[in-house]
Ligand binder design. Structure first.
Ligand SMILES: Cc1ncc(COP(=O)(O)O)c(C=O)c1O
Length: 387
């Protein structure tokens, strides 16, 4: 497919995804129906959460998370600036204002609870956390802050499917899955995710009131589904809210079920590869390896290293590019995007530093050790050249 000697990510697909898709084609039903219902039930059971709704994307999940929790005009939503732009875009779309908090450090690029606390104003209504790379944020502190200040807690959890929060003291929410630690959790099944269906997402919650709202908003605010009517369980419907078409479909749900079965093995393989990266890259001059000492069970969605300077980052990236090894940047600082220029000044020294120096290296379950060692060797070579 690509010209890369080592691509950044790759699908963990085999004949089972093909068979699942073929099963749907021969079933004669493509839109949301029994495969979606089964995928949702299996997903909810895997996470240990009451309600799971499959949706058309992770972005749709975030939109529904904000709408179902009543976030709107005049509200402030505290969130990380080191994130994909979807949460900030959806915040703006519902009429609220994203307020960006800095990261803890270059070695722990997740939202800093102390900075969140300093940013709280009477208009703050929600906190969005993002478990960067699959490593959980400091959830005990953040959840306590949300409880104390009556903030909605939304987990933007596409990196962290299968990750669990482990607290050294064993205190709650010890052992709980990412996505189930707040009011509502959002996942994406975009092609590069640990569970991939091309496009798609899931929104999960334990709260029955939010579940009712999400169910309606996902499908036009209608009281029955086409599938219900096809089954003869309903003959008409009412529209009781102004909703969307954020539905998922049978083909992707069937593929998603296969991918969910493979997730624990895939995540374990990612973990082994990240540990091998850490062993191989440790000790290289100037490189910081985030999350090296991190507590918790990560989903290891991406492998990141932080260069000691912007110039060193450029040298490494250009060298790897010349070796046909694909790299990426997770993420530019959102506050510096043109689309957020009117959101005011944000004091984000660490986020900006991180964004300018971080490099994402290839990681996917089928990555083989020789390829990983080639990546590490080329990183070491580029550092030697830059010194
Ligand atoms: C952290 C994070 N949030 C949200 C999204 C948006 O998900 P989607 O692309 O499925 O809309 C992504 C996707 O890449 C993501 O990585």
């Amino acid at each position: 497919m690509s010209d890369w000697r080592v691509p950044l990510s790759d699908l963990a697909y085999d004949h089972r995804e093909g068979e699942a898709a073929a099963r749907v084609i021969s079933s004669g039903w493509l839109s949301m129906g029994p495969e979606v219902a089964a995928f949702e039930a299996e997903f909810a059971e895997f996470l240990g959460v009451r309600h799971a709704f499959a949706v058309s994307s992770g972005t749709a999940a975030l939109h529904l998370a904000l709408l179902s929790t009543g976030i709107g005009p005049g509200d402030e939503v505290i969130q990380p600036a080191v994130n994909f732009a979807a949460a900030a875009n959806m915040t703006t779309l519902v009429g609220a204002r994203p307020v960006f908090a800095d990261i803890v450090s270059l070695a722990e690029p997740t939202i800093d609870p102390a900075h969140v606390e300093r940013l709280l104003t009477p208009r703050a209504r929600a906190l969005v956390v993002m478990h960067y790379g699959g490593h959980l944020c400091r959830m005990a502190e953040l959840a306590a802050l949300c409880a104390e200040r009556d903030l909605v807690l939304i987990e933007d959890a596409p990196h962290a499917l299968g990750a669990r929060y482990l607290d050294p003291s064993g205190r709650p929410p010890h052992g709980r899955h990412a996505g189930t630690l707040g009011d509502v959790g959002c996942f994406s099944f975009f092609s590069n995710k640990n569970l991939a269906t091309g496009e798609g997402g899931m929104i999960v919650t334990d709260r029955a009131d939010l579940a009712d709202r999400i169910r309606l908003l996902r499908s036009h605010g209608m009281t029955t589904l086409t599938w219900d009517r096809h089954q003869g369980r309903a003959h008409s419907y009412d529209v009781v809210a102004n909703g969307f078409n954020y539905r998922f479909d049978e083909m992707r749900a069937a593929i998603g079920r296969v991918q969910l079965e493979k997730l624990p093995t895939g995540n374990a393989r990612r973990e082994a590869l990240v540990h091998e990266y850490w062993r191989s890259l440790a000790g290289l001059p100037g490189l910081t390896l985030p999350f090296l000492d991190h507590q918790g069970e990560s989903a290891h969605h991406i492998m990141v290293a932080v260069a000691e300077s912007v110039a060193q980052r450029r040298t490494i990236v250009e060298h790897l590019d010349a070796c046909r090894i694909q790299t990426s940047l997770h993420y530019p600082c959102i506050a510096d995007f043109a689309g957020f220029a009117d959101q005011g000044e944000h004091h984000l020294p660490l986020s900006r530093e991180y964004a300018s120096r971080t490099i994402t290296l290839p990681l996917f379950p089928d990555l083989l050790e020789p390829a990983l060692h080639t990546v590490c060797k080329e990183v070491a070579d580029s550092l030697r050249r830059s010194n």
